[in-house]
Design a protein around this ligand. Structure first.
Ligand code: NAP
Length: 477
């Protein structure tokens, strides 16, 4: 039984829900289903802990984060295994993500010894003026299932190092990875009430969180629909808000690209993690001169991908995270069939043998897709790639930008001038050149533009801007 964590105590009573393995259907863990009353208790605990934590020195806060990172490192293998069993991504992918969560904790632990303010010369004689960075108070963190360790880490670590106290509400489809981070913080000796963890239904807990009296800010990663609702609710109370939401990310492939690495990058970005990355490529926009050859090569490479239980060696792609997500993917594949014809490969649920127990979908490639087609416009969040034809670079650039989303965007080209044109004109917050559109690091700002995001960026030094405020001082001496 995995309890909620409120005011430094594990609460193991109350109704429960099951965290299930999407590859096998087996139970991974039973979680206590938090209530609105639990959320209120967590907010009260976080509020009571704020005066102490916010006045603890930055380096001392950092030491607790370092310790938590060391504990996660010690349990590295088991945390990664838990992630694969609850979310479905392959074990190497889970290991990469847990490593990233640990690195994020260490990165922000070090920030505790810096927490840069500002010091500038005054226009006036004998006036010393500077701005201190100060925490904002109790922050609510709502996270999705697709990066169940990295996203809680990249919200919790900067929130805590700045001196805020936090309430984490993880996704119901994969709460264990986040629970393991909170367990590490508990074992590292974080003072009671500084971190609180309440799992359970997003609808009930989200409403309780956004209305909790002491709350000062919400950071949310998830769908545009829920983000939009939260934004409206948070605005009524003038809460600070940060939203990271959906995408429909393009990769432009120009005729001058290194062909085989372009194929590899598109297949990697479209299908690894089962296409369930917010930065995944769901539209490849390919220059006419190489279109047919590129489609053939992507199909050939995609057919070689091995789909199965991510705990098994040699598997490239795990299952969709749960039944509803798989149904969404299959529904979009049917829409694609109706609008664009039979996929060039894939297009089926896989049910042979042990696969029948899970939510496996073949990696699917649709060729001949145009901008008018639904699968070129709406986020699917699964292993489905639409390949569009562009007459030239300008046409490709126009198509890449002609959507409401703006999370990541990629180009494959050996032409330096085109690469820079792309960098300056692409309407997205995360750009890659000759790399997959997915696969970001934590040391630089992360986030999108347009309908994909709202508010200050996450990660890197930029994360401090959301989780802290300035106090400006003028001193005459
Ligand atoms: P989701 O359904 O919006 O859920 C995200 C989180 O919000 C979960 O913890 C969920 O709880 C909670 N929630 C549900 N209803 C809520 C409500 N009324 N108020 C407050 N919270 C509520 O999204 P998802 O299906 O987990 O994740 C997939 C989406 O996330 C995709 O659109 C993807 O693009 C996006 N995403 C974006 C980024 C990025 O950085 N831009 C990164 C990863 C994912 P329950 O689980 O209990 O429903």
């Amino acid at each position: 039984m995995f309890g909620n964590y409120i005011n430094g105590e594990w609460i193991s009573s109350g109704a429960t829900f099951e965290d299930r393995n999407p590859a096998t259907g087996e139970a991974v863990g039973t979680f206590v289903k938090g209530t609105a009353a639990d959320m209120d208790a967590a907010a009260a605990a976080a509020s009571a802990a704020f005066p102490g934590w916010s006045t603890t020195s930055g380096p001392a806060r950092g030491n607790i984060l370092y310790k938590a990172a060391d504990i996660m490192d010690k349990n590295f293998e088991s945390i990664a295994g838990d992630m694969t069993r609850e979310e479905g991504k392959t074990l190497p992918e889970s290991k990469g993500e847990v490593r990233r969560a640990i690195n994020i904790f260490r990165y922000f632990a070090g920030e505790g010894s810096r927490l840069p303010g500002m010091l500038v010369p005054s226009e006036r004689d004998r006036v010393h003026m500077f701005a201190l960075r100060k925490p904002i108070g109790v922050v609510g963190l709502i996270t999705p299932w697709n990066f169940p360790s990295a996203i809680p880490a990249w919200k919790l670590a900067p929130a805590l190092i700045c001196g805020n106290t936090a309430i984490l509400k993880p996704a119901s489809a994969a709460p264990l990875s986040a629970w393991r981070i909170v367990e590490a913080l508990h074992q590292a000796g974080i003072p009671k009430g500084v971190v609180n963890f309440v799992a359970g239904s997003g609808g009930e807990l989200g409403a309780a969180l956004v209305n909790a009296g002491p709350l000062k800010a919400i950071s949310f990663t998830g769908s545009c629909e829920i983000g939009g609702w939260l934004h409206a609710e948070a605005s009524k109370r003038r809460l600070r808000i940060q939203l990271e939401m959906g995408g429909k990310n393009p990769t432009i492939v120009l005729a001058d690209a290194d062909f085989s690495s372009a194929v590899e990058n598109v297949v990697n970005a479209a299908f690894f993690s089962t296409g369930q990355k917010c930065t995944a490529t769901s539209r490849a926009i390919v220059e006419d001169a190489i279109y047919d050859r590129f489609v053939a090569a992507v199909v050939e490479r995609t057919r070689k991908l091995k789909v199965g239980d991510g705990m098994q060696p040699g598997i490239d792609i795990g299952p969709c995270v749960d039944g509803p997500q798989m149904e969404t993917v299959l529904r979009y594949i049917e829409i694609g069939r109706r609008e664009c014809g039979e996929p060039a490969c894939g297009g089926r649920r896989l049910t042979e043998g042990a696969l029948g127990k899970g939510y496996f979908v073949e990696p699917t490639v649709f060729a001949g897709v145009t901008e008018a087609h639904t699968i070129a416009r709406e986020e699917i969040f699964g292993p489905v790639l639409a390949i569009l034809r562009a007459s030239d670079f300008e046409d490709a650039m126009r198509m890449a930008n002609a959507i409401p989303f703006g999370l990541s965007s990629s180009i494959q080209t050996t032409n330096l001038s085109r690469a820079f044109d792309f960098i300056y004109r692409a309407e997205a917050g995360l750009l890659t050149v000759n790399l997959p559109s997915a696969g970001v690091e934590y040391q630089l700002p992360f986030g999108g533009t347009k309908d994909s995001s709202f508010g200050p960026k996450e990660q890197g030094p930029a994360a401090l801007e959301f989780y802290s405020d300035y106090k400006t001082v003028y001193l005459k001496y």
